[in-house]
Write a protein that binds this ligand. Structure first.
Ligand SMILES: [Zn+2]
Length: 172
């Protein structure tokens, strides 16, 4: 489901969907603020995991460069932290919020963790694993049904990533 389209098409502005969108936007703003400070060399991506009580149990930002770690993606770091706090690897009652569509590796991990819902802002049409290139959540290998919501603060997130690439090109 693309939230941006949904909200645009709403006739009555005070609906449950609208309220839900506002709640997601609030979380996404936190994610974007965290993404802005991941460090100059890292792609500005950050992720949060919220439990059924609305409590943040996992946070992660890209650490691929600083840790020289091919698995150092924001989503995986957040998953590890949340699993430690939850003392469980299952996340059926949790929501992941991330400012770019998870890559195929992360999408696979998120499905394996049985995440209840994933919310992201911008699609990644080069590497995205939840619709941008392939949708692993709808693949026949995915035995877990996961809700995927895209388009939350999409413009802000796209700008952040675009500006980061622009800066990187100017430095070269
Ligand atoms: Zn990833």
């Amino acid at each position: 489901m693309n939230m941006k389209e949904l909200v645009k098409n709403l006739k009555d502005p005070i609906t449950e969907e609208k309220n839900t969108y506002l709640k997601y936007s609030k979380w996404m703003k936190v994610v974007l603020r965290r993404a802005q400070v991941v460090g100059e060399r890292e792609l500005p991506i950050s992720a949060l995991i919220i439990d059924q009580n609305g409590r943040c149990i996992g946070r992660g930002s890209n650490k691929r460069e600083i840790n020289k770690d091919p698995l150092g993606h924001a989503e995986l770091i957040a998953l590890r932290q949340a699993a430690w706090i939850k003392n469980d690897w299952r996340f059926n009652d949790c929501v992941m919020i991330v400012n770019l569509e998870p890559c195929q590796m992360c999408a696979g991990a998120i499905i394996q963790s049985r995440m209840g819902k994933v919310i992201f802002s911008a699609n990644d049409f080069k590497r995205g694993g939840l619709g941008g290139t392939i949708d692993l959540s709808k693949h026949k290998s995915a035995h877990h049904k996961m809700e995927v919501i895209s388009g939350v603060l999409e413009q802000e997130s796209s700008m952040l990533i675009k500006n980061w690439f622009k800066k990187l090109r100017n430095e070269k």
